[in-house]
Design a binder for this molecule. Sequence first.
Ligand SMILES: *Cc1c(COP(=O)(O)O)cnc(C)c1O
Length: 399
Amino acid sequence: MKRPLNRDTHIVHLARPPYQDGRRPVNPPVVRASTVDFETLEAMNQARSQAVRGEQSFIYGVRGTPTSFALETLISHLENGAGTKLFSSGLEAIAAVFLGFLKPGDDVLVVDTVYAPVRALLNRFLADRQIQFRFYSPREPDLGALVKPNTRMIYTESPGSVTMELQDVSLVAAAIKDRPDIVIACDNTWSSGFCYRPLEHGADLSIVAGTKYLGGHSDVLMGSVTANEKTLASLNETVGLLGMAVSADDCALVLRGARTLHIRYPAHAQRALAVAQWLEGHDEIVGVLYPPLPSSPDHDLWHSQFEGAAGLFTIELADSKKNNRHVSGFVDHLKLFGIGASWGGFESLALPCDLTGLRSIEDSRHQGSLVRLHIGLEDPRDLIADLDQALAKWAAGVK
Ligand SMILES: *Cc1c(COP(=O)(O)O)cnc(C)c1O
């Protein structure tokens, strides 16, 4: 029997162009196309029937190009799914999941620690369309009890935004095993399909912002949704009906980033762990929220289900109101950390996170000032020295 190839080898070898005349470029060509020109009507009809069967078929730019198909293939493999669709951003991918799988009168349960723009999407868009939503605690012990007859989706994100609570997707799936009409969707951006595959734990849809680690260089936006056999036809239909399409140039950039995911991703984690451990021992820090740390309440779950970690975690600074210090007194003094949203690029970032209005359930709140750190590919000794001097200035109240 032939031994199956390991993941890293697949990342390098999958989704490469075919040889033609005994040669090929290493990367799929960037195919910019609206019109696809067929030589015969028969060729066109054949290609169209392939598309109708849900196969990747190059018939018109909106329906995908050889470049987007290559990226879809790679992500499907990472996520171990039946098929993947691409979107112009992570947020668009999430919106497509809600649009495609919910209708007026339906109810959706959403984890309270959801990515903040999703909360706005629910409040401002779904509510107007008579779709009910309810938030549940990331620590909810009995999700099954919250499910109603009209519940059609459980939307989760693991780990949760900012506060990093992990979700055991297999427990979510077990809680609704008698309800095949409910779809479980999971935002898997932190893992980027690299260290966790929600579909293997019972999720039906896995969403990744390729903007983060897949692109990996802070220069491109991309979203993906990977479906299992149960959800693929609906996902394909939604994307087709709404005419959602991505540019071949962006796909090529993300594909280029993805070829080194297995080198970059663990390098972020290794540096992040060194920095997180150092921060844990610092007097001004009351908490480091990062599942790979043994102090994390989710450490055991992380250890049993995850094969690695992202370089993204959150620190909690000693209460700023009590001692009248503002978080800017820390962040503004950092020299190697940019101040910015997004993450997953090669550079380190710091972002103060105020959870006001972003949690509906009391138990997912924290007391101190939260700062999310993305640890880039710098030498961690330099990052630690930078954090050390900024924390000293914060402690001294230097403006
Ligand atoms: C960044 C992010 C998104 C959205 O991705 P964009 O491409 O920036 O729209 C969605 N979910 C999570 C968890 C993210 O971090």
